[in-house]
Design a protein around this ligand. Structure first.
Ligand code: ZN
Ligand code: ZN
Length: 561
């Protein structure tokens, strides 16, 4: 029987379906011949997502010395962070032994107190990058060449200032884009070329300021178009008309771009929006879903099957509450983040791990419980080696104790995160004030003041308007962000990009530009609404009080084609 539940954090109601209960039954681990049932969640899907995201600091990077070699390094651990850290090379080397931190399980102490102590004692890698070349200031990145300030990204070359950028080249300032080239300010889009300021677009080229378009070429300020060329504000023009109106927009300035955005906003007010952006998929709910099947309440997923409440995940199979798995994916996992593996539960940063529970930063491990920083191990508990038989008995006793304490089956408690709430991406998707974060017992860290280090400082609003008037000397200036007053620099590859694309130099700090792109993406939660045309019920990430006209997929497609 489906159950209605009330979230223990935000009091929202949410439903546990029969499918959910069947899943929890199916994945419940067996130790020493006894199955330990997974209870249904206590928080709503959004609060669960928030609790997983607060384990991941992508973009707050600091200078600090390694806890092993004392060498200076760039790391996501602030100098005042109580956790130990070292460079990735040191972490993967044999100069230290995580098993030296091993402890016997103490059944008179709570499980998480013991895991907390181990988490504080064992060093953690300062960054999480794999195969990155000439790409300083990247984190959670895989296969990057010549990239700068790129986070949570894979397989890119010459990309600057981006998050969740995949298979792309020569893009700057993008969020959640796949296979884009020579683009900037793109959000939630795929296969675009030479496009700037675009949202929810596919297979478009040489377009500027477009949303919900696919297969378009040479369009400016358009919304919801399919396979069109030479349109401005959704009006079909001749090639000559288009070129002369486009020429009148150049040279571009930040003010002109702002006015173009306003015109596009005005235009789309009266046009229908699709309730969810789901492509080449079957029986899915959520947003930004590609090539997936049977996935519910999922966001930013690709090639997933039967996943629920999963986000930022490629190649997930039958997993619930998973975030940020890499291309090798997750299978039969529950309540995991930054994890790749099979049948894992309550893990953070565990890669190529199978049957691993409540563990942090483990690699290539099987059958481990409550471990931190292990590599190539089997049958370990609190970083101590056991025989298979002893492991089974002990793991069963711990699961039983955790069940009695109401901890078993849920995610890691927030205070096991290595970072303050506002250092992590939870703050990007679920922004809180300091007071709100502290009230939820999340940690908070005051922002460091950044002093400009440059021979000249210039307020963003005093930058020359057009790219043609920007001197090479700008590379030596500190620009003061027009919105946040934070200083920032322009790099040579960036300046070359703006010149080639005839774009003005930004007046806002990269963090502020990132924040504005995040605001263009809808929230990572679903509401029940009805289609504005046929009144069919739909689950959509357009909140009920939003002004847009929202259609179901069938009504939307009959309108745009
Ligand atoms: Zn909630
Ligand atoms: Zn409809």
């Amino acid at each position: 029987m489906p159950m209605d539940k009330v979230c223990s954090q935000c009091s929202a109601s949410f439903e546990i379906t029969d499918d959910d209960l069947a899943f929890y039954k199916e994945i419940a681990p067996v130790f020493n011949g006894k199955q330990f049932p997974i209870p249904s969640p206590m928080q709503c899907p959004a609060c669960r997502l928030q609790r997983r995201l607060l384990f991941r600091n992508e973009r707050k990077l600091y200078k600090r010395n390694s806890g092993i070699s004392r060498k200076p390094m760039v790391t996501m651990f602030a100098p005042d962070n109580p956790y130990k850290t070292c460079s990735q090379e040191e972490w993967f080397s044999d100069t230290w032994d995580p098993m030296a931190y091993g402890k016997e399980c103490n059944f008179s102490h709570p499980f998480f107190d013991q895991l907390r102590a181990l988490n504080l004692a064992v060093p953690h890698p300062g960054l999480n990058n794999t195969n990155v070349e000439n790409s300083e200031y990247t984190n959670y990145a895989l296969n990057q060449k010549n990239c700068y300030l790129i986070f949570g990204a894979a397989d890119n070359e010459d990309c600057l200032y981006g998050k969740f950028v995949i298979f792309s080249k020569n893009t700057t300032d993008c969020l959640s884009v796949y296979s884009c080239e020579w683009c900037s300010e793109g959000v939630a889009s795929q296969q675009c070329y030479g496009c700037h300021y675009f949202l929810n677009c596919h297979n478009c080229s040489d377009c500027f300021m477009i949303e919900d378009c696919s297969g378009c070429k040479n369009c400016i300020m358009c919304f919801g178009l399919r396979q069109r060329e030479y349109c401005i504000l959704n009006k079909q023009l001749t090639r000559e008309e288009f070129l002369s109106q486009k020429a009148a927009l150049y040279p571009l300035t930040s003010q002109k771009i702002g006015r173009m955005q306003q015109q596009l906003n005005e235009l789309q007010k009266n046009l229908p929006h699709i309730g969810s952006h789901i492509y080449a998929s079957e029986d899915c709910t959520g947003d930004a879903i590609y090539n997936s099947k049977g996935c519910k309440e999922c966001f930013d997923i690709n090639h997933c099957e039967d996943c629920h409440c999963t986000a930022f995940t490629p190649n997930g199979v039958s997993s619930y509450d998973s975030t940020y798995s890499a291309p090798d994916g997750v299978q039969w996992c529950n309540n995991v983040t930054c994890t790749i593996g099979h049948r894992c539960l309550g893990t953070y940063m565990c890669w190529y791990t199978n049957d691993v529970y409540y563990s942090i930063n483990c690699r290539q491990c099987d059958f481990c419980f409550g471990c931190v920083g292990l590599r190539n191990k089997k049958y370990c508990i609190f970083n101590r080696q056991y025989t298979k038989e002893d492991y089974e008995v002990l793991a069963g006793r711990i699961a039983e104790k955790m069940t009695a304490a109401g901890e078993w089956g849920h995610f890691l408690p927030p205070d096991l995160s290595h970072f303050a709430y506002n250092e992590t991406i939870a703050q990007e998707y679920f922004p809180l004030t300091r007071e709100q974060a502290l009230a939820l017992r999340f940690r908070w860290r005051p922002e460091d003041a950044i002093l400009p280090d440059a021979k000249k400082t210039i307020p963003g609003e005093q930058l020359p308007d057009t790219i043609g008037n920007i001197p090479d000397d700008i590379l030596h200036w500190a620009i003061i962000c027009s919105a946040t007053k934070k200083p920032f620099r322009i790099t040579k590859p960036e300046l070359d990009f703006y010149r080639r694309m005839e774009l003005p130099v930004p007046r806002l700090h990269p963090d502020e530009r990132h924040r504005l792109r995040l605001a263009k993406k809808k929230p990572y939660r679903l509401w029940n609404r009805t289609c504005a045309k046929c009144q069919k019920p739909i689950a959509t990430s357009f909140a009920p009080d939003r002004p847009e006209i929202v259609y179901c997929e069938t009504c939307y497609l009959s309108e745009v084609y």
